[in-house]
Design a protein around this ligand. Structure first.
Ligand code: ZN
Length: 305
C-alpha cells in the first residue's frame, strides 16, 4: 500500500510512476508480480492477487474461478414465434391439421431467427381469418404475420380447377410458402426499418423470389406465378388498378422474370413458353441481380453476429 501511495504522489508530481519491478499502476494488461491468482477468462491477476476485468477496472466476484466474471452481458435477440390458432370451420381445421406437421412455419422461423438479429419477437400465426388474405401487422405493438387458412383454401381451389388433386396440393403448398416469405418481407422492412423506394408489395414479392431461389426452391416461385396467372380475372377493374398490389398478371410476369434472371440457361425455355416476355427476358438477369444484391445489402447490417 505504501508503494501505491508513493506512486500516486509521483503521478501528482508529474514524475511518472514505475516501481522497482516496473509495475505501471492500473495497467489492466499487467499480469506479473506479486501473488499469482487464477482468474476467469475475462479477467486477469492485477499482480497483487486480485482479479480485475480485462476491459475495465471493476473487481471480480469473490469466486475467482468464475469464467463469467467480468463477461459482457450476452446479447439477446428476438425470435420468430410460431403458433397455430385452429379453426371453427372443419375444412379450414383440416388444412391446419395437414400443414402443421409439414413444419414450414417452424423451418422458416428457425432459419431467419438464426440468421438475423431481431430487435423484437415476430409472431407467425396460422389461423382462420374469415377473409381470404395473409398479412403482416402490428397488433398492440407486437409484430405479427397472419397466414389465413381461408387463403390456402382459395389457392387450393384455384389450382384444383386446372390440375389433378395431388398436383393442385403441391402447387398450393408452393404458393403458400411464397406468400409466407412475401409477408416475412413486409415484416423485415418494418422491423429493421429498411428503405423501400417503390411499391412495397413488389419489394415483398422480390424478397420471396430471392429467398426461394436461394433455398433451391425456384419451383415454388414458379407455382406462385401460376397462381397469379390463374387468379387473374382479366377485368382490370378501376379498384384493381388503384390497389397497392401490381395486377395479378404483372405479378406473374415479374416473378417469372426474376426466376429466369437467376439462371437464364436453366430457364431458357421460358422464351418459347411465354413469347410475350421475349422483349423483357434479356433484361431479367439485371433485374434478378438488382433484387438479390439489394436484399443482401439491406439485410447484411442486421445479420446475427
Ligand atoms: Zn403484401
Amino acid at each position: 500500500m505504501a508503494r501505491v501511495l508513493s506512486c500516486l504522489m509521483a503521478i501528482a508530481l508529474l514524475a511518472g510512476c514505475g516501481g522497482d519491478d516496473g509495475y505501471p499502476l492500473y495497467d489492466p494488461t499487467y499480469s506479473g508480480g506479486g501473488q499469482t491468482t487464477s482468474c476467469g477468462t475475462n479477467a486477469h491477476d492485477d499482480g497483487f492477487g486480485t482479479c480485475v476485468c480485462v476491459t475495465g477496472y471493476d473487481w471480480c466476484s469473490e469466486d475467482l474461478s468464475d469464467t463469467n466474471c467480468c463477461a459482457p452481458a450476452a446479447e439477446t435477440y428476438g425470435e420468430i414465434i410460431v403458433s397455430y390458432q385452429g379453426a371453427d370451420d372443419e375444412g379450414l381445421q383440416s388444412i391446419e391439421d395437414r400443414l402443421r406437421p409439414r413444419g414450414l412455419f417452424e423451418a422458416v422461423a428457425s432459419s431467419y431467427t438464426n440468421a438475423l438479429a431481431f430487435p423484437e419477437d415476430l409472431y407467425l400465426m396460422g389461423g382462420e381469418c374469415g377473409f381470404v388474405n395473409a398479412l403482416y401487422t402490428r397488433a398492440n405493438g407486437s409484430a405479427a404475420v397472419l397466414m389465413c387458412y381461408d387463403l390456402y383454401a382459395f389457392i387450393l381451389n384455384t389450382f384444383a380447377t386446372r390440375f389433378e388433386a395431388a398436383d393442385a396440393q403441391i402447387l398450393a403448398d408452393h404458393t403458400w410458402a411464397f406468400v409466407l416469405l412475401h409477408e416475412l418481407g413486409h415484416a423485415l422492412i418494418d422491423i429493421f426499418d429498411l428503405p423501400v423506394v417503390a411499391a412495397e408489395e413488389d419489394a415483398a414479392d422480390s424478397f420471396s423470389v430471392v429467398n426461394l431461389v436461394a433455398m433451391g426452391r425456384a419451383d415454388a416461385a414458379e407455382s406462385a406465378a401460376a397462381f397469379w396467372f390463374l387468379a387473374d380475372d382479366h377485368q382490370d377493374l378501376p379498384e384493381e388498378l388503384a390497389d397497392e398490389h401490381s395486377l395479378n398478371r404483372q405479378r406473374f410476369y415479374d416473378i417469372l422474370c426474376l426466376v429466369y434472371g437467376s439462371d437464364p440457361t436453366t430457364y431458357a425455355s421460358m422464351g418459347t413458353q411465354f413469347p410475350d416476355m421475349a422483349g423483357r427476358l434479356p433484361r431479367c438477369e439485371d433485374e434478378w441481380e438488382s433484387a438479390r444484391t439489394s436484399w443482401n445489402e439491406l439485410l447484411a447490417p442486421h445479420a446475427r453476429p
